[in-house]
Design a protein around this ligand. Structure first.
Ligand code: UD1
Length: 366
């Protein structure tokens, strides 16, 4: 049996790890340990996803919780090391670009355990993003790198990564989306929130560069103030963002918008249903750029860069000039284009729901 530890920690990790766990189980040659670092812990940022995605309860929860980067990363490393020493895996598998990804990756390689990175090679070329640092470092110490798009292969080649370690397998987040798309349509989230198909936009916002910078956040809110005059907006608010606006002027402005509905973070199926029936999405998330591409929903990425360029070149995603005016202008352009029926579902190469199966086949032969 091949012994493998799979790591998850933050919300976007859960939909990536779910199809991998499934594929490992059905392969039959693996003994798997699922470790949750506890980076995300609120019911609606964490537990609800396990039930909905059919993920088993984690075998180990490191319960690290929130802290600054150094403390959070160090805490994960300290608590993960004994787990690795005890289980003696052949591989540690990490996904994405969160602090749990690099922390567990470092522990693995220092103990001489082979490291697998799923969603390798993506680059925003912006080292002020904590995720970019996590991506570059994790890739540089990984033994097997599974990528979602051609740009990732090019980036890794430029960084001198041996091409034999790199495998283009598709996108595990899209495996989960395709497996759950029909089920999500049965969600009653539109009825609960009083929404009609294609008559609202969805907002998600949590990047430090947007919500920790009050001048930038204020520009974004000013854009929402314009857009909500024309289109109802639904805003499931991330706890980081909620903390930033608590008791402040921006919180007051957001609450005052009659056509903007502020709601708690939603579960996976509700959010998928909300997104797929929306007129457009305004977001600074990484994964949502990919999900909207497959769903054929226009996506305005509220950032200066994207580490997922295939979603712009082939998908429904666009970058937006980060001023109030720039955001409103992009919104008008997208609305006009979608009224003319110019958007539709797009399917980048190998985003076909079988990425996890390919990954497991390659690990089994490694
Ligand atoms: C993390 C990831 C980011 C990812 C995002 C998805 C890093 C560096 N960042 O950002 O890449 O896009 O997750 O959500 O790993 N909090 C709660 N409850 C929770 C979790 C967090 O209240 O369950 C609050 C805490 O105040 C915490 C803050 O959110 O301090 C930030 O959490 P943290 O995990 O540090 O980063 P995210 O912003 O969630």
């Amino acid at each position: 049996m091949i012994r493998i530890i799979c790591v998850c920690g933050a919300r976007p990790n859960f939909m990536k790890i779910a199809p991998i766990i499934d594929a490992l189980k059905s392969n039959g040659n693996f003994q798997t340990l699922l470790v949750h670092t506890g980076q995300h812990y609120d019911e609606n940022m964490n537990k609800s996803f396990f039930g909905e995605l059919g993920l088993p309860e984690p075998d180990v929860n490191l319960e690290v919780g929130s802290a600054g980067h150094a403390v959070q990363t160090a805490r994960i490393m300290e608590r993960f090391e004994p787990v690795v020493l005890d289980f003696k895996p052949d591989f540690v598998l990490v996904v994405g670009d969160v602090n749990s990804t690099i922390a567990c990756g470092l522990v693995a390689v220092k103990l001489g355990v082979k490291l697998i990175h799923v969603e390798a090679g993506l680059r925003s070329f912006d080292r002020t993003m904590p995720e970019e640092v996590n991506r570059v470092l994790t890739d540089s110490i990984s033994d097997l790198l599974f990528v979602t798009e051609q740009s990732a292969i090019d980036n890794l080649k430029k960084e001198g990564v041996n091409s034999e370690k790199v495998h283009f397998v598709g996108n595990v987040m899209i495996d989960t989306l395709l497996a759950n798309k029909e089920k999500a349509q049965r969600s009653d989230v539109l009825r609960r929130l009083g929404l009609s198909e294609r008559e609202y936009g969805v907002i998600t916002l949590h990047r430090p560069s947007n919500v920790d910078d009050m001048a930038m956040f204020s520009q974004i809110v000013a854009a929402f103030e314009e857009i909500e005059k024309e289109l109802k907006l639904v805003f499931p608010i991330h706890p980081r963002t909620r903390n930033r606006i608590k008791d402040g002027e921006l919180g007051g402005r957001i609450e005052a918008m009659k056509n903007l509905l502020l709601v708690e973070p939603l579960g996976y199926l509700d959010f998928l249903c909300l997104m797929s029936n929306s007129a457009l999405v305004l977001t600074d998330s990484g994964g949502i750029q990919e999900e909207t591409t497959i769903l054929g929903v226009p996506c305005m990425t509220l950032r200066k860069n994207s580490e997922r360029p295939v979603t712009i070149a082939e998908g429904t995603n666009c970058l937006v000039e980060m001023t109030a005016q720039g955001i409103v202008k992009a919104y008008r352009r997208i609305r006009q284009a979608s009224e003319k029926g110019k958007v539709g579902p797009k399917s980048p190469k190998l985003w076909d729901g079988k990425a996890a199966q390919r990954i497991v086949r390659i690990i089994a032969e490694a």
